[in-house]
Write a protein of this length. Structure first.
Ligand code: YNC
Ligand code: MG
Length: 404
């Protein structure tokens, strides 16, 4: 098993797995840019490499259509992620993005895009070390070309393209088990539009319950409660950046964001994007200081073969931070109550912007509010992987000992 992965610089199952014997963390294989081939490996006959220019609407649309028809589905093939063109730009064109890292495969005759993989730059902190890395995502192969060992070819190509830019480490996530997760999270879901989620088969009626009871259970607040809560504005970027950086410092695995990245990932510029991707709310204190913020982004899923509903509109809880979690002696009870207030208020906005469900992972401090906010565990797991970096395991967040 893992014929391809066994050849790659990743940690193997059964190696260095004694929790009582932590090891020194760092790169697995050391290389320099001049050892890296300047040309891609050849593809099988009839296919060729293509760099996709996502600043061109036609090429963005090609990626959108490939993913819309062939990207990640749930185990029962009821839902498939439907990343909108604006979300794809947001996800693949953050500060420092490179056109070369949007790599595709075309059928030579028809010119049709049949496979894709992407990377973005990320400064990744693993415990006390910061790695100049990439994040690999959107690996997708047309359904008719599956199980032909094309995925390893795409993965080796994106590795080559990262290496050529001096990047030798990467982070990636997936629902499947590969050698070897550095951390594993579970997905949690909080129903907002319960009748629709029930209709599409996402939510079930618990034994002995009635629809009316579920609808009541998942009612959302009539208004927000936190004093000083308002939408993030451009002027808030430096304050949000500082607060986020201080908050993320307590986790063992996190990205580092500068002001430009905070602007890109968290601030919604109402002047452009036709369909909105991200919502961020800050709390402004009496002296104009930003004491908290919370954010979520929109990612729809297509409902496969349903007579009435075509899509489910999901909000994904994104970053948050609060001064309450930053005192020298953090009072868990106080943090818990503040996070619950923030999430409750964000739920008000999820409802206002017509989301059907609010999704979150068992990471950061989410274990402090998931249950109270009526998030229930889903079937999906999300495994986190590091490429060419050896690290001791990092526990997910619902286990409170050791948080991601
Ligand atoms: C996967 N998701 O194990 P072995 S997540 C990594 N991530 O290799 P074939 C995967 N590897 O076991 P198919 C993988 N899925 O023999 C499969 N593999 O060692 C491995 N689905 O290749 C698998 N998107 O071409 C096996 O498989 C080998 O035709 C088999 O293609 C797979 O984006 C796939 O779920 C996933 O489009 C493309 O099923 C296809 O089945 C598909 O015969 C629907 O491949 C969409 C989907 C995956 C979403 C994602 C993260 C990708 C990370 C890739 C690894 C990056 C490493 C870092 C590189 C940069 C380094 C630097 C610097
Ligand atoms: Mg294949």
């Amino acid at each position: 098993a893992y014929k391809f992965w066994a050849t790659q610089p990743v940690q193997k199952f059964g190696e260095d797995e004694n929790p009582d014997k932590p090891f020194e963390e760092g790169p697995i294989k050391i290389q320099t840019v001049d050892e890296i081939p300047k040309e891609p490996s050849p593809l099988i006959d009839g296919f060729e490499w293509a760099t996709l220019d996502l600043t061109k609407d036609e090429e963005l649309k090609e990626v959108y259509e490939l993913l819309n028809g062939h990207y990640v589905e749930d185990d029962e093939a009821m839902f498939r992620f439907n990343y909108s063109p604006s979300i794809l730009k947001w996800a693949m064109m953050p500060p420092g993005w490179k056109k070369e890292w949007h790599r595709g495969v075309r059928a030579t005759q028809s010119r049709r895009l049949v496979a894709f993989i992407a990377a973005i730059p990320v400064e990744l902190r693993v415990r006390d070390k910061v790695i100049h890395a990439s994040e690999v995502n959107f690996l997708c192969i047309h359904k008719k070309l599956r199980a032909k060992r094309l995925a390893p070819v795409l993965i080796k190509e994106i590795t080559r393209l990262c290496n050529l830019e001096g990047v030798f480490q990467a982070i990636y996530t997936g629902g499947i088990v590969l050698p070897r997760p550095v951390s594993t999270c579970r997905y949690y879901h909080r129903a907002i539009n319960w009748p629709k989620l029930y209709d599409v088969g996402f939510s079930h009626l618990p034994k002995g319950s009635r629809p009316q009871h579920q609808i009541k259970k998942y009612a959302t607040p009539e208004s927000t409660k936190i004093k000083g809560l308002r939408e993030m504005q451009k002027k808030d970027i430096p304050a949000v950046q500082k607060l986020l950086t201080r908050y993320l410092a307590k986790y063992q695995l996190a990205a580092e964001f500068d002001d430009h990245e905070v602007e890109h990932w968290l601030w919604h510029n109402s002047d452009d994007t036709p369909d909105r991707v991200v919502w961020t709310y800050v709390v402004e204190g009496p002296h104009k200081e930003i004491t908290d913020f919370i954010s979520f982004y929109c990612l729809e899923s297509s409902v496969i073969n349903h007579p009435i509903h075509n899509n489910v509109r999901a909000a994904y809880l994104f970053y948050y931070a609060t001064e309450v979690g930053l005192k020298d002696e953090v009072d868990r009870a106080e943090l818990k109550s503040r996070l619950n207030e923030l999430v409750t208020d964000s739920l008000y906005y999820c409802k206002k912007y017509k989301f059907d469900v609010y999704n979150a992972l068992s990471l950061m401090d989410n274990g402090l509010f998931l249950e109270e906010q009526k998030f229930g565990p889903g079937d999906g797991q999300l495994h986190y992987y590091l490429f060419n970096y050896k690290a001791n395991p990092i526990a997910g967040g619902v286990d409170k000992r050791n948080r991601l």
